[in-house]
Design a protein around this ligand. Sequence first.
Ligand code: DX5
Ligand code: ZN
Length: 216
Amino acid sequence: MILAPSILSADFARLGEAVQAVERGGADIVHVDVMDGHFVPNLTIGPDVVKALRRSTPLPLDVHLMIEHADRWLDAYVDAGASWVSVHVEAVPHLHRAISHLRSRGVQPGVALNPATPLSTLEEILPELHHVLLMSVNPGFGGQKFIPAALDKIGRLKAMIHDRGLSTKIEVDGGVGAGNGKALLQAGAEVLVAGNAVFAGGDPEQGVRDLRSACS
Ligand code: DX5
Ligand code: ZN
């Protein structure tokens, strides 16, 4: 299990402290939600903040690009220090080019799918991916309710990966917490993103520990 706290739910005035707290709590990677106010109805952070985060923690940065024209921004986020980069299938017309480019830059490439986007969109690109990020809420905001249909989607994606003899990781993002983490892992997820579940209690270090023990 790879636990990826989402700093979308952190205090943006204290991001450095937030990543250090989740690091002490045992987080594996840090999930960074990039939103452009176009692809999703919210605006968050850009490459300079990723660069600053890179200086604040040794943990890998898992950058989730919820932006239009993501292909134009890949180098900026790689240069800023991203370790994993996910682009939305709904936002990138030349997906193969984007994924190949990320790989050539030495980062782990992934594709993200909105809740209503079918797994069939992965058919051709799956062998090229390090991970698939399945959205279990409609992207744009932290603290939303998990969409139950995502559980079945994880299982079907797991079967698709297994049938092809691949080792692509399944990352689940949105509404993940102590109440459903274990079921998500059992269904085939390997990477759990959690914003609210880690930060809402006000002690993210403990939040990471609690989530991990609830999932084991
Ligand atoms: C939603 C983001 C998520 C979000 C998850 O658009 O992609 O990463 O931070 O937050 P929670 O865990 O609070 O649903
Ligand atoms: Zn995300």
